[in-house]
Write a protein that binds this ligand. Structure first.
Ligand code: GDP
Ligand code: ZN
Length: 440
């Protein structure tokens, strides 16, 4: 238990709704339940009760669930009141419960914070819980739910255990180097495992781009000369997916964006001003914006009117691009097969579903396998990079003693511990004592 205060909050969503869930956590929980529900309810069993204020005023009738410490979300005594989801009902319940001595309204995230401080979730799981609550697409949900259940933490803790073991071995070798208890082959095995870990961490860090695409979306930018059919394709994609068409805040109307949900992935499509080589002054601003947008893109759709081919000029980036011939309805099939990755007609719909499918395939390829464990925060990437730096230092033998190298292993393990928020040194001693008979 980390605080004298109990905390209460509305834990369900926007009111009015069918049900409102009011949650309380802390030492006062039992007393609050006894008072409001009349008597204590059985642990972990939803019980229908009349709910009354301390002075007997009827508040509502609803379900009461009590989760005794430590087997609750926060690790403290927790109770939930499931009441009718009207604004006045929820407000009265909150006001009544917060009016008890030692109970106050919770700060944002405070339940989860208590869960972390009581060791119920680690930092990475906490972050994943936030992602899960915010998940809008199936890919985001799948990613977050796995990490909330500990997949990502387990990867870091696994590396950390290996480093703690490695350091224990190296330190043992230092301690016993006068005798012959620890053969040199043990140290060789340790260092080769550390080397393998450097590669594993480097590969894992590369996955950050995929995590960003899952979270922020796959960015598709439509480019091409004026009249190539960019806006027509943009509108067709927007309509087909019944998506929200937004002006990106801070930009003018010459960059229109739409977000699509393609097979559970978030995909942004941006329409741009036509690219051409000798633009007027105002037009040049739009072209500059298009070029800037193209730079950050994951995929470019470079459109060309097959009935009246005008080159879009230089494509301003080396982002992957699909060359798309437009207005297929105006030209014969011979033209459509020459030099284009796809031929479409917005007029009769030719090629548009196939184009969407191809965009979806490309986004999926960037996101990687559904089971991949990826770093989900820049914080993770930074600490992993530090971990890797310490490991590379530890692997450098030239003129460096074993003590220094063992210390670098400790610093590396410490960085991993920082990611999950569980840094302490006790476990190092445990490993040393469990691996060797020191008492000889
Ligand atoms: P943008 O300048 O690249 O955005 O081009 P628009 O989308 O505004 O289209 C330019 C012109 O081409 C408009 O008159 C459209 O109606 C026409 N257009 C666009 N797509 C097609 C198509 O698939 N078939 C035909 N026949 N005309 C098209
Ligand atoms: Zn346009």
């Amino acid at each position: 238990m980390i605080s004298g205060d109990s905390i209460v909050a509305l834990s369900s969503g926007r009111l009015p709704a069918g049900i409102a869930v009011i949650r309380i956590s802390g030492a006062q929980t039992r007393f609050v339940v006894e008072t409001i529900a009349g008597t204590m309810v059985k642990d972990r069993i939803a019980t229908l009760r009349k709910l009354r204020a301390a002075d007997g005023t009827l508040l509502d009738a609803g379900l009461v669930v009590f989760f005794p410490a430590p087997n609750s979300f926060t690790g403290e005594d927790v109770a939930e009141f499931h009441v009718h989801g009207g604004r006045a009902v929820a407000a009265k319940m909150l006001e009544t419960i917060a009016g008890f001595d030692g109970v106050r309204h919770a700060e944002p995230g405070e339940f989860t914070r208590r869960a972390f401080l009581n060791g119920k979730v680690d930092l990475v799981e906490t972050e994943a819980l936030a992602d899960l609550v915010n998940a809008e697409t199936e890919a985001q949900r799948r990613f977050a739910v796995r990490n909330a259940a500990g997949a990502q933490s387990e990867l870091y803790l696994g590396w950390r255990r290996r480093l703690i073991h490695a350091r224990a071995m190296i330190e043992a070798e230092i301690d016993f180097s006068d005798e012959d208890d620890v053969p040199g082959s043990v140290a060789d095995a340790v260092w080769s495992d550390v080397r393998a870990m450097v590669d594993e961490i480097a590969r894992h860090v590369e996955g950050f781009r995929a995590a960003e695409i899952i979270r922020d979306g796959f960015e598709v930018v439509i480019l091409g000369a004026p009249n190539a059919g960019k806006s027509s394709l943009f509108n067709a994609l927007a309509q087909r997916e019944a998506a929200i068409v937004t002006d990106e805040p801070g930009t003018t109307r010459d960059l229109l964006e739409v977000v699509l949900d393609l097979s559970g992935m978030r995909v942004w499509v941006t329409d741009t001003a036509g690219l051409r080589d000798a633009p007027g002054k105002v037009e040049a601003i739009g072209i500059e914006k298009a070029r800037a947008k193209a730079h950050g893109a994951d995929l470019l759709l470079v459109l060309e009117d097959m009935a009246n081919p005008v080159s879009a000029g230089m494509i301003p980036t080396d982002a992957p691009a699909l060359r798309i011939g437009t207005k297929a309805d105006l030209v014969g099939p011979e033209l459509q097969t020459t030099g284009y990755d796809a031929a479409i007609s917005v007029r009769d719909g030719t090629g548009v579903p196939e184009l969407l499918a191809e965009i979806g395939r490309r986004a999926a390829a960037e996101i990687g396998q559904a089971g991949d464990i990826l770093p989900s925060r820049l914080r993770h990437v930074e600490l992993l990079s530090e971990t890797k730096r310490y490991l590379l230092a530890a692997l450098t033998e030239e003129g460096r003693g074993q003590e220094l190298r063992a210390e670098e292993l400790r610093l590396a393990a410490d960085r991993l511990g920082r990611i999950v928020g569980s840094v302490d040194v006790e476990d190092l001693l445990d490993v040393i004592f469990s691996q060797f008979c020191i008492g000889k």
